[in-house]
Design a protein around this ligand. Structure first.
Ligand code: NAD
Ligand code: TYD
Length: 340
C-alpha cells in the first residue's frame, strides 16, 4: 500500500504521517510538500530515515512533477492536505489560495484519473459552511448544510470540494471528503490562535484578541482528526462527505485566559485588537454521521489536549523560535504592527 500525503510538512499532514507510519507499519508513505512559509522539514526529521517514508519537494500545481511522481510510486491512495490555510493571509492576498487550494487539487485529481487510484481523499474544513449565530446553540453543521463561505480561504476550499464532487460524478473518481473543525496540538504553526498565544505568553508579549474575543470555534485535538481520516480512507463510502468535530465549542477569550492560567501568566497581557474582516462568529460540527457509520469518536478531552499542547511548546522551543525569527517575523509586523 502506497499513500501520497500532500502538505505533510505542515501541521496536520505531519501528524497524519506519524500516525500512519505507526498504525500501519507495512505502508509506504510518500510526502509531497512545496515547503512554503508554513512547511517545515525539521518537523519530519524523526521519520526522514524511515525506509517506509519518502519526502519529495514539489508544488501540487506542478503537473509535470506530480505526473512523474505517480509514474514512480503508483500510489493506491492520495490524501490532500496541501493548502494555504490561514484566513488572515487570504484576506491580505487571495491569489495563491486559489492557485494551490483549487488548481492544485485539480492537478492531483487529473493525475489520479490518468494513472488510476483506489481513493482520492480531500481534507476540507467546516469553514465551507460559513458561520452560525451565537444565539442559536441548537444549530450545527451537518453534511447537508449548504456551502456559504465568508473568506477567500473558505471560498477556495469550498471550490475545491465542488471540483472533487464533480470529478466523482463526471469521471467516476473514487473520492471522499472530510470537513473538520479547528485542530490544535504539536507542530501547529504559530500564526494560528492557540500556538500564537502560547508563544507570545511564553515570551511575555501581548496577546492580540480580535474584536471582543466572543467568536466560538469547535476545537479538536489533531491526533483525533488523523484517526478519523485513517478510518475514512479505509472504511468510508466512496463519494461521501464526513464531518469531523470535537463537540468542544469554546470562545476565543476563554481559550486565551486558559492558556494564561496554565502558563501562570497575567491576563493583563490580553490586548483587544481590530477585528478580522468578515469574521465568522461560530462554527459547530455535528459529527453524527462519522460516529454512526465508522464508529469514530474524539478521544482527547480539551482539558487534556491543551495541557499536552502547552507541554509540547515548552519542550520544543527550538522548533517555534526558529520559525518566529524567520519570514514569519515580517508577517507578524504587518499584521500586528509593533505589538510586543
Ligand atoms: P498548514 O498551513 O500547517 O500546512 C500546509 C502545508 O501545505 C505546508 O507544509 C505547506 O508547505 C504545504 N503547501 C502549501 N502550498 C503547497 C503547494 N502548492 N504544493 C505543495 N505543498 C504545499 O495547514 P494545516 O493546518 O496542516 O492544514 C492542512 C489541511 O487541513 C488544509 O487543507 C486545511 O484547509 C485543512 N484543515 C485545517 C484545519 C486546522 O484547524 N488547521 C481544520 C480543518 C481543515
Ligand atoms: P485561527 O487560528 O486563525 O483559525 P480560524 O480563523 O481558521 O478559525 O483563529 C481562531 C480564532 O481566533 C478566530 O476567531 C480568530 C481568532 N484570533 C484572534 O483573536 N487573534 C489572533 O491573533 C488570531 C490568529 C486569531
Amino acid at each position: 500500500m502506497t499513500i501520497i500525503v500532500t502538505g505533510g510538512a505542515g501541521f496536520i499532514g505531519s501528524n497524519f504521517i506519524f500516525h500512519m507510519l505507526e498504525a500501519h507499519p507495512g505502508y509506504r508513505i510518500v510526502c509531497i510538500d512545496k515547503l512554503t512559509y508554513a512547511g517545515n522539514l525539521s518537523t519530519l526529521a524523526r521519520v526522514m530515515c524511515d525506509t517506509n517514508f519518502r519526502f519529495v519537494r514539489a508544488d501540487i500545481c506542478d503537473r509535470k512533477a506530480i505526473y512523474k511522481l505517480f509514474e514512480e510510486e503508483h500510489p493506491n491512495i492520495v490524501v490532500n492536505f496541501a493548502a494555504e490555510s490561514h484566513v488572515d493571509r487570504s484576506i491580505e492576498n487571495p491569489e495563491v489560495f486559489l492557485q494551490t487550494n483549487i488548481l492544485g487539487t485539480q492537478v492531483l485529481m487529473d493525475a489520479c484519473r490518468k494513472y488510476g487510484i483506489d481513493r482520492y481523499h480531500q481534507v476540507s474544513t467546516d469553514e465551507v459552511y460559513g458561520d452560525l449565530p451565537l444565539d442559536r446553540p441548537d444549530l450545527m453543521f451537518t453534511e447537508e448544510t449548504p456551502i456559504h463561505t465568508s473568506s477567500p480561504y473558505s471560498a477556495s476550499k469550498a471550490a475545491a470540494d465542488l471540483l472533487v464532487l464533480a470529478y466523482h460524478r463526471t469521471f467516476g473518481l473514487p473520492i471522499t471528503i472530510s470537513r473538520c473543525s479547528n485542530n490544535y496540538g504539536p507542530y501547529h504553526f504559530p500564526e494560528k490562535l492557540i500556538p500564537l498565544m502560547i508563544a507570545n505568553a511564553l515570551n511575555d508579549k501581548k496577546l492580540p484578541v480580535y474584536g471582543e474575543g466572543l467568536n466560538v470555534r469547535d476545537w479538536l485535538y489533531v491526533a483525533d482528526h488523523c484517526k478519523a481520516i485513517d478510518l475514512i480512507i479505509h472504511k468510508g463510502k466512496v463519494g461521501e462527505i464526513y464531518n469531523i468535530g470535537g463537540h468542544n465549542e469554546m470562545r476565543n477569550i476563554d481559550i486565551v485566559k486558559l492558556i494564561c492560567k496554565n502558563l501562570d501568566k497575567p491576563e493583563s497581557l490580553i490586548t483587544y485588537v481590530t477585528d478580522r474582516k468578515g469574521h465568522d462568529m461560530r462554527y459547530a460540527i455535528d459529527p453524527t454521521k462519522i460516529h454512526d457509520e465508522l464508529g469514530w469518536l474524539p478521544e482527547t478531552k480539551f482539558a487534556d489536549g491543551i495541557k499536552l499542547t502547552i507541554d509540547w511548546y515548552l519542550d520544543n522551543r527550538d522548533w517555534w523560535e526558529t520559525i518566529i525569527s524567520g519570514e514569519y517575523r515580517n508577517y507578524y509586523e504587518r499584521m500586528y504592527g509593533e505589538l510586543q
